[in-house]
Design a binder for this molecule. Structure first.
Ligand code: ADP
Ligand code: MN
Length: 177
């Protein structure tokens, strides 16, 4: 059983980070370059009702982590996936060969999230999340340190560079024997 998981022929990549750091933009561009499947977990949760209702305080769906993991298990076993989500501690560790944590300068992120219509505590919570590097911490606690990479995502040039280096990484990846 372990053999079939280790034996996937293409890697899986997790793209995580605070909301607004560019996960979806980066993931869709990377999916285009690699022909990998882009799985935007937030959209999947909505489409397939993998949640336990709307959280009034945090203004988002209360994701049902077990349902999400069940939904993705078969796809992940096949490899070739880019998973895009602002959390990373509930996915099975064995799913991922690379965990990318996108990071954005606070003032740049503030403007992006304001433009997205975030205000009040929703805005400040996310800025604090970025300042305290919550997602980088979570990634380091949840995955082997050598597969976790933090990448700067302040500008469009950063996205281009990140997609290029991740595409190179995919091309040179070989299944473990
Ligand atoms: P996330 O999926 O992490 O919430 P998005 O990819 O939806 O972030 O990006 C949020 C907004 O910020 C979009 O309008 C996007 O164009 C912009 N953006 C994201 N990353 C960058 C970047 N590195 N440089 C410039 N704009 C960016
Ligand atoms: Mn997104």
């Amino acid at each position: 059983q372990n053999g079939s998981i280790r034996g996937r022929r293409q890697p899986n990549i997790l793209v995580t980070g605070t909301p607004g750091t560019g996960k979806t933009t980066t993931s869709s561009s990377l999916a285009e370059a690699t022909q990998f499947r882009h799985i935007c977990v937030g959209d999947l949760v909505k489409e397939k009702n993998l949640h336990d209702g709307w959280d009034i305080e945090f203004e988002c769906y209360l994701i049902n982590e077990d349902l999400v993991c069940d939904e993705l298990e078969d796809l992940m076993e096949g490899g070739g996936n880019i998973v895009d989500y602002h959390g990373c501690d509930f996915f099975p560790e064995r799913w991922f060969d690379r965990v990318v944590v996108l990071q954005t300068d606070n003032s740049v992120l503030y403007d992006r999230l304001s433009r997205r219509g975030y205000t009040g505590s929703k805005l400040t919570n996310n800025i604090e999340c970025e300042i305290f590097q919550v997602l980088l911490q979570e990634a380091k606690e949840s995955y082997p340190e050598d597969i976790v990479v933090a990448l700067k995502s302040d500008t469009i040039e950063d996205i281009t560079k990140n997609v290029e280096s991740l595409t190179d990484w995919v091309r040179s990846w070989h299944p473990a024997s």
